[in-house]
Design a protein around this ligand. Structure first.
Ligand SMILES: [Ca+2]
Ligand SMILES: [Ca+2]
Length: 472
């Protein structure tokens, strides 16, 4: 049977989009569940804002403070339910912050964010009020209940969205994770079914600090993306833990220069970025939230799709039957097949984006750059038959500053299930591309990435992803 994209536009597209938005389902979830190809289509589906909680042992390795500067620059992208600080006393010698408690250090940073806020809201009205953020910045010390209570309140709320939890390590001298404590309490007070209902509302982009709750006490977390490990996935890179690669892959990408772009003339928050870490711009914890930045290309429910924190595969070694992921995936990019290619390919984009946000701290709207808005005509999820010509068109893409746009369509072979030679894209114009769907024996997916970069300073990039399911 000759199948075409069924609902790539119009009423049904709208209907599906509305449904997805109402149910807070990511388009990819619908895709994953639709083995009956052809029933699902989405068009410019906006990913619902994620609810997030950060748990940091700031006051130890100063790299938490580095990551916190960047995190606060992105807090317009999510609903930040809370920031939990687990270290009661800053570590002597290693941490040189004049403030000597973890909570004090982070609250001071949130206040610096507050000083930037009048400028930041000019660039995005979704930046949260500093006072609100300050109220949600709490202690997770062992003798405090605030962190545990914050987690209980967020997860027990009647908001239908799950909560993405990020533990940024609980290094020696830090209290144990408030999420671990919350789960202990819920299990004790609500029994196994109450515990399961609670746990099912949690998603993890996180370090592992949850004791028996990680794997021994069921159910498993719905999804855990470990942006920190593994360290020994590949013999050729030996003990290099994934979190240690962030600095190496991004520190100077696109000409990024810490002193020029963050530390000086970019307001009080950038000035708090510590420089006394083992690796320059270490930011070990940054990938936990970069994984969640909605760029148009990623979907947090799909670790194998790739993100600004790289691409992730199942951790079958340690958790063979659980939906737990780590950084063991490889991409081939610019001729290099390596795990690092999964992040290196986006490094310039993500550093330019950070740069622009630091500019927002001190600039009026008209004096800074803002990312473009890629727009694909037709469905983002399509089903076609072998031999069909698939056409994708991005000519409706825009830029809020009126910048000229560079538009690029590429096949991203690794996330797709089609394992033959990737199809060649025929480029009709800069914005329009087409390919002939290859022969398949069973339904296979091919991922196309639309990359749109403006010509502002710094140049900013956003994406869209079209997933084409090819039926025999
Ligand atoms: Ca940490
Ligand atoms: Ca722009």
């Amino acid at each position: 049977m000759h199948m075409k994209t069924i609902f790539n536009d119009g009423f049904f597209g709208l209907l599906v989009v509305t449904l997805l938005a109402t149910l807070h389902i990511f388009p990819s979830q619908a895709l994953a569940e639709s083995d009956n190809v052809g029933l699902i289509a989405g068009k410019s589906v906006e990913i619902p804002r994620l609810r997030v909680i950060v748990e940091t042992d700031a006051g130890g390795d100063p790299d938490d403070e580095q990551s916190m500067v960047r995190f606060l620059m992105y807090c317009n992208e999510w609903d930040v339910e809370g920031i939990i600080c687990t270290r009661p006393k800053a570590r002597e010698k290693e941490n040189l912050n004049p403030i000597r408690t973890g909570l004090g250090i982070v609250r001071h940073m949130v206040k610096a964010y507050g000083e930037c806020y009048p400028k930041l809201v000019q660039h995005d009205v979704r930046y949260p009020q500093p006072d609100e953020l300050l109220l949600r910045t709490v202690s997770g010390y062992e003798d405090s209940d605030e962190g545990v209570q914050l987690i209980l309140d967020a997860i027990d709320s009647d908001d239908p969205r799950p909560v993405w939890f990020m533990n940024w390590g609980t290094d020696h001298g830090s209290a144990s994770s408030s999420l671990k404590r919350a789960l202990d309490r819920v299990l004790k007070e609500r029994g196994p079914s109450g515990y399961a209902a609670f746990k099912n509302r949690i998603r993890l982009s996180s370090f592992e600090n949850f004791g028996n709750h990680t794997a021994k006490i069921g159910p498993p977390f719905k999804i855990w993306v470990n942006t920190f490990f593994p360290s020994i996935a590949f013999p050729d890179i030996k003990e290099e833990r994934w979190y240690r690669r962030f600095s190496a892959l991004t520190a100077t990408a696109g000409g990024f220069e810490l002193k020029h772009d963050v530390l000086t003339d970019h307001g009080p928050l950038g000035a708090l970025y510590p420089t006394n870490t083992t690796n320059v711009q270490k930011e070990s914890d940054t990938m936990a939230f970069l994984y969640l930045v909605p760029t148009g290309m990623n979907d947090p429910e799909q670790p194998t799709w790739g993100s600004w924190a790289g691409r992730y595969g199942r951790n079958d070694k340690n958790f063979p039957s659980q939906p737990y992921y780590w950084a063991n995936a490889k991409d081939t990019w610019q001729g290099v097949t390596h795990r690092e290619s999964t992040l290196r390919r986006w490094a310039v984009h993500l550093q330019n984006d950070f740069k622009a946000r630091m500019d927002w701290c001190v600039s009026d709207r008209q004096d800074a750059n803002h990312p473009p808005a890629p727009q694909v005509s037709g469905a983002l999820l399509r089903t076609v038959a072998s031999g069909d010509t698939v056409t994708v068109d991005a000519s409706d893409s825009t830029d809020p500053d009126g910048d000229a746009l560079q538009v690029e369509w590429t096949v991203y072979p690794e996330p797709g299930s089609y394992r033959g030679v990737p199809p060649t894209l025929n480029l009709a114009t800069n914005s329009q591309a087409s390919f002939v769907a290859p022969r398949v024996e069973s339904p296979k997916t091919i991922h196309l990435i639309l990359t749109v970069t403006d010509d502002g300073i710094p140049a900013l990039t956003r994406y869209q992803r079209v997933v084409v399911t090819v039926a025999p």
